[in-house]
Design a protein around this ligand. Structure first.
Ligand code: ZN
Length: 198
């Protein structure tokens, strides 16, 4: 890419490192950027820097946010006695898109996988157990239906059962191995409504 000179080539190269962006897309994006008004480019760059700088975990549910408490944990309209456990913030977003769940969440940031050497100590389980000492009526386990998701669900239900808190698992309408974020809202709602007690 010598023909573009250092700066443009460098931009194309950096963009090409992003997931799902091949060499052609990187070139297309770079050309789009250099034709954008300078002010817009500045705003975009500033947003990227700021979000990277300020992103952190909600101190209650561990989802990604830029505040101490995420908007869901901070909301009085939510039912804080029902906690849905999901693997990652994208799964949380998928359930939020249904607009029909009014409880709160807990984001594990992964799932237990003996094959990959990911144990209970590597995901945000401790934080969940601390929350269960409060006023919690139900824990809905909404981990994926993959082997890792099921392993995590089983582990969780065993861990929570002695507390006497109701533990449910979303129905198996969710395709096996399917990432929650790719499932349509109707399927998600059906899985939630058809949850079974463990
Ligand atoms: Zn939160």
């Amino acid at each position: 890419m010598e023909y573009y000179g250092n700066q443009l080539s460098g931009l194309i190269e950096e963009l090409g490192k992003l997931p799902g962006v091949g060499a052609k897309s990187a070139q297309r994006l770079a050309f789009h950027i250099i034709h954008m008004p300078e002010e817009q480019v500045e705003q975009l760059a500033e947003k990227m820097v700021n979000v990277r700088k300020n992103i952190r975990y909600c101190k209650v549910c561990c989802t990604l946010t830029d505040r101490e408490l995420c908007p869901i944990c901070a909301s009085e309209k939510r039912d804080h006695s029902t906690i849905m456990v999901v693997e990652n913030p994208r799964d949380l977003a998928a359930y939020e898109k249904t607009g029909r769940y009014d409880g709160v969440y807990h984001v594990l940031h992964g799932a237990i996988s003996p094959q990959l050497g990911i144990g209970p100590g590597d995901i945000r389980l401790k934080e969940l157990m601390v929350r269960l000492q409060g006023d919690v009526k139900e824990v809905i386990i909404a981990t994926n239906s993959s082997l890792e998701g099921e392993t995590t669900a089983m582990y969780l239900s065993k861990l929570i059962r002695p507390t006497g808190i109701k533990v449910t698992r979303i129905a198996s309408g969710v395709p096996v191995g399917g990432d929650l974020e790719y499932i349509d809202e109707v399927t998600l709602l059906r899985a939630l409504e058809g949850r079974v007690e463990l």
